[in-house]
Design a protein around this ligand. Structure first.
Ligand code: ADP
Length: 475
């Protein structure tokens, strides 16, 4: 089966979160399973720099405000995955992140930038952007890719079906209604229950939800949660109306990147049979972060975006209890300035027990996850969550709030969880984890169970193949 993924980021070239990990790992797992999977990406500088063996496959001319747009096909450095890259310097060639400038402001032309991504997704699917290759299945990821579903519906007869995967419903791609003409879509796409208008704005996310043949999200629990007002971000009604087409498939872990037995970033490699070799990883992190190097203190870690979603304000409230129980905390993350400041302040107040590194650092993320005893995710909502899966693989037991993918991947034999989003409940779970950690045989057995859990991409890839088949059979 020929599958084209449409996405706005891909590890290791451009990454703001778990989406990038998925877009790198899922197509690779699909190719290993015999599918012809490819990806179409915006030509940001990091993507164009990595592009190898490329040829021009399409001349788009002037599109979405850009005077000159072309499509190239090739591979990215150190990868054999075929990619299509949209070369549109006016829209994509700039310093800063994929969605925001260096100061954290949304790019003012994100509507045009991601309309172009959708345009190429739909034109490749329709067979008129690369005459040599046409996908049978278009797999669009998050709002950035959603318009591909809408645009493809406008061009019957269709040979490709569409799957739209929601990685995080909280980011919706909402724009001024007055900018609708810039999209070049017919007026009938705008209004009504199945239009892209949403509460007086344009919503790319809604476009994907109403126009895809099938919708998926990244865990079974989140698939249920987003049909409720608590988690639906206002789109719960739309999602309920498509309940029969809504599926949850858990993400996997890329073993080439996350494996304690081969990880090049960590000071000592280990596996489930040699957990003693994990101890130097802990001592290294304690030393690196200026904490007392103590094997008798349970070390908790956070590796996360610092946003309201992640519940880290609860952790600040529960921190005195964590320290009183003899624990230490290390945090690696960036985002919300108030949270950054509050965690820095906690590190100043407790220099030998709390260590904070503000920023994004791939190598340190590996060292934190290998070195800690417990990885913390007290999230308010969590579509899937990847760091708890990395924790399981590294024998670093997760302590999580029981929501979304966290509820689907952590149980009492592999970690700790709590229900209510409040500091009291988190404190209880921390104390529970410390007690378990002090019971060495119990801890070792939990670590071994955790490390044996199969969260491979091959299982996820097989589930997606099933989903693709079911939607090819539809209407
Ligand atoms: P989200 O996509 O909501 O940020 P996920 O758990 O799905 O959350 O994915 C987060 C990914 O980003 C993981 O691969 C995690 O290791 C990584 N990550 C988050 N913060 C940092 C950081 N400060 N430095 C390095 N990697 C980070």
């Amino acid at each position: 089966m020929r599958v084209l993924h449409v996405a706005a980021e891909m590890f290791p070239f451009v990454k703001t979160g778990g989406l990038a990990d998925v877009v790198a790992a899922l197509p690779a797992a699909q190719r290993a399973a015999g599918l012809d999977a490819r990806v179409v990406l915006p030509g940001y500088p990091a993507i164009l720099d990595a592009l190898r063996r490329s040829r021009k496959v399409h001349d788009g001319g002037a599109l979405f405000g850009a005077a000159r747009v072309t499509l190239r096909q090739g591979v990215l450095a150190d990868s054999e995955l075929p990619v299509y890259v949209i070369d549109a310097p006016y829209l994509y060639s700039r310093e800063g992140g994929p969605y925001q400038d260096a100061a954290g402001r949304e790019w003012r032309d994100n509507l045009q930038r991601f309309a172009l991504l959708g345009w190429y997704g739909s034109h490749l699917a329709a067979g008129d952007a690369d005459t040599r290759w046409q996908p049978q299945l278009l797999h669009c990821h998050d709002w950035h890719a959603a318009l591909a579903c809408t645009m493809l519906r406008l061009h019957p007869p269709r040979s490709s079906r569409t799957v739209f995967t929601v990685h995080n419903l909280a980011y919706q791609g909402r724009f001024d209604l007055g900018d609708f003409p810039l999209l070049g879509l017919p007026a009938r796409c705008l209004d009504g229950l199945d239009g892209i208008e949403f509460h007086g704005q344009l919503s790319f996310m809604k476009a994907g939800l109403v126009d895809a043949d099938v919708i998926s999200t990244v865990s079974p629990t989140y698939a249920r949660e987003i049909t409720t007002a608590e988690f639906g971000c206002g789109l719960e009604g739309v999602l309920r109306s498509r309940a029969d087409d809504l599926h949850g498939i858990l993400n996997g872990v890329d073993p080439a990147v996350w494996n304690p037995a081969t990880d090049p970033h960590i000071v000592s490699r280990y596996d489930a049979a040699h957990l003693d070799d994990k101890a130097p990883c802990k001592a290294f992190i304690q030393q690196q972060m200026g904490l007392s190097v103590r094997s008798d203190a349970p070390l908790f870690a956070v590796v996360s975006r610092l946003s309201q979603q992640k519940g880290l304000d609860l952790l600040l409230e529960a921190l005195p209890a964590l320290l009183a129980a003899g624990g230490q905390l290390v945090l690696l993350g960036s985002g919300d300035a108030a949270l950054e400041g509050a965690f820095r302040e906690a590190a100043r107040a407790h220099p030998t027990a709390v260590g904070v590194q503000v920023g994004y650092d791939e190598a340190m993320a590996h060292r934190f996850i290998a070195g800690a005893d417990v990885i913390l995710l007290p999230s308010r909502f969590e579509p899937c969550g990847l760091t708890q899966l990395y924790g399981l693989r590294y024998g670093t037991l997760p302590l999580v709030r029981r929501v979304g993918g966290l509820a689907d991947t952590v149980d009492a034999s592999t970690g700790f969880s709590f229900d209510a989003a409040d500091a009291t409940s988190l404190r209880g779970a921390v104390q529970h984890a410390v007690a378990a950690w002090r019971d060495r045989p119990r801890w070792l057995s939990m670590q071994q169970t955790a490390m044996e859990r199969d969260h491979s991409w091959s299982a996820a890839a097989a589930a997606y193949t099933e989903l693709y088949r079911s939607c090819s059979l539809k209407g």
